[in-house]
Design a protein around this ligand. Sequence first.
Ligand SMILES: O=c1ccn([C@@H]2O[C@H](COP(=O)(O)O)[C@@H](O)[C@H]2O)c(=O)[nH]1
Length: 236
Amino acid sequence: MKTSPIIALDFDSSKKVFNFLEPFEGGINVKVGMQLYYKEGPAIVAKLKELGYDVFLDLKLHDIPNTVMSAMEVLATLGADMVNVHAAGGRSMMEAALEGLDKGTATGKKRPSIIGVTQLTSTDEQQVRDEQLIRASLQESVLHYAQLTKDAGLDGVVCSVHEAAIISEVCGPEFLKVTPGIRMLGGDVQDQKRIATPEESRKEGSTHIVVGRAITGATDPRAAYEEINALWKGME
Ligand SMILES: O=c1ccn([C@@H]2O[C@H](COP(=O)(O)O)[C@@H](O)[C@H]2O)c(=O)[nH]1
């Protein structure tokens, strides 16, 4: 995917998506999540691709290896540029996901990048300790999942900006660090816990930022996107 911000199209219909996208030029990065995909199905991915968007299909697969492999074989045919799984599903599940993608693209289609979700950006230290019963710190847990994801042969991870630098050190700068939880200074945090600004994302070494409500909920979404893009690229 290109390095411009990935807009999370968290809408409940394709009509709303295309109304929203109207003021934007084609060729930007967009993310199709569960809400939109479950409502509109594979057709939404095909339509966005046809219009020239780069698509991150964010379905966060997490199941037994065989099920994930079969599902990825199907997803591979949709034409998305990036897909993902939960790293907590384990190394064999992630290897199976990759195998599914390879099978699904065996006929010559380009294989999408595949990344593992480490700890959701809506998770904090207390949840890792008291709900997940993990005895390591949140950062150690994220780093562990990043290493596991790399060992399984995937292309990168979803993490927060706060772990991007250490993941680059350990897994290499080329390993993708796709970071949601992006907020403008003083912006509403909503359900996110590990947030950061676009400038911080650049400085910490995110390879991609995912931005939803800071753009989709703005009075002028196109202006919000341009501002975030400029800050992310270091042009302001
Ligand atoms: O750890 C994660 C993984 C995925 N997301 C997704 O990114 C967007 C963020 O939306 P905002 O409105 O900018 O908070 C959303 O689609 C999530 O499903 C994430 O936030 N954190």
